[in-house]
Ligand binder design. Sequence first.
Ligand code: NAD
Length: 272
Amino acid sequence: MHNPLPVAVFGISGRMGRALIEAIEESGDTVLAGACASAQSPWRGRSVQELGARSRVLVAAGPEGALEGASVAIDFSLPEATLGNVRACVVRGLPMVIGTTGHASDTLAAIEQASKTVPIVMAPNMSLGVNLLLKLVELTARLLDEAYDIEVFEAHHRNKKDAPSGTALALGRAAARGRGASLEELAEHDRHGSHVPRRKGAIGFSVFRGGDVVGDHTVTFAGIGERIELTHRASDRLAFARGAIRAAHWLVGQRPGLYSMQDVLGLGTLAW
Ligand code: NAD
C-alpha cells in the first residue's frame, strides 16, 4: 500500500477547487497537503473544513504557502493567477497540473518555458469523455471532406469568463488537424453583420452562456441531407477533478515537459 499523494490546490474556494476537495477525499490515494485562494479572498487563513473538507488544511494567501509538504500542485484559478503559481512550483521543483483556461499568449509561452524545468500537464478539459471526443472529432474530420461543414457549439454557466471555452477551441484544433490545417486558418468566430455565405472548409464557433450549465460541447459535421453530431455533456465538475487527480499521479516521476491529457490517458499514440 503506497502512501497517499500529497497535493496542493490553487483556487481552492472556487467551483473546481471545491470539486477537487471532494475528489481528493473520495480517492483514497491522494491527500490535500495545501491550498490557496487569491490574496483578497475571504477564505484566506480559514480551514478548508469550512469548505466542506474533512482535512484541516488552512487556506494560504499565496502559492508558496500552499506548497509546503506537497508533491504536486493543481491549478484551477484565474488565467492571470496561473503564472505566479507556476513560478512557485518551479522554485520548489514541483510538477504541476494546469486546468485553468483563457491564458494570454505570453502566459502560454512562459508556461512552456517553465515546463523545461518541471513537468506540467495542461489541458482545457480534464474529463476522460472530452479527451475521447477530441480523438473522435479528429478522426471524423479526416474521414469526411469539405462537403461536411464543421460547427462547434458550447454552453456554460452564466459566470464563465472566457469564450469560446478552452475545450471548444481544442475541439476546433482537433477538427482542423483532421483536415490537415491549423485552426487559425479555418476558424470563424463572429458572423454578426456578415452578408456572405459560409466559407468552404471553415470551422464555425457558437457560444451559449446561462444558468448553471457545467459544460456542453457539440461538434456538428453538416452535409447535404444528413449531419453527424458528436456531443459531450458534463453534469458534475467531479469529472474534471477526477481527471486532474489522475494527471497528478501520472506526472510524478515524469521528466520536465509540457504534457496533455491525451498523454496522461494514452490517447496520443492511439492508431485508428
Ligand atoms: P471560480 O471563479 O469558481 O474559481 C476561481 C478560484 O481561483 C477562486 O476561488 C479564486 O479565489 C481563486 N484565485 C483567484 N486568484 C488566485 C490566485 N492568485 N491564486 C490562487 N487562487 C486564486 O472558477 P472555476 O469555475 O473553479 O474555474 C477555474 C478555472 O478552471 C477557469 O479558468 C475554468 O475555465 C477552468 N476549468 C477548467 C476545467 C478543466 O477540465 N480543465 C474544468 C472546469 C473549469
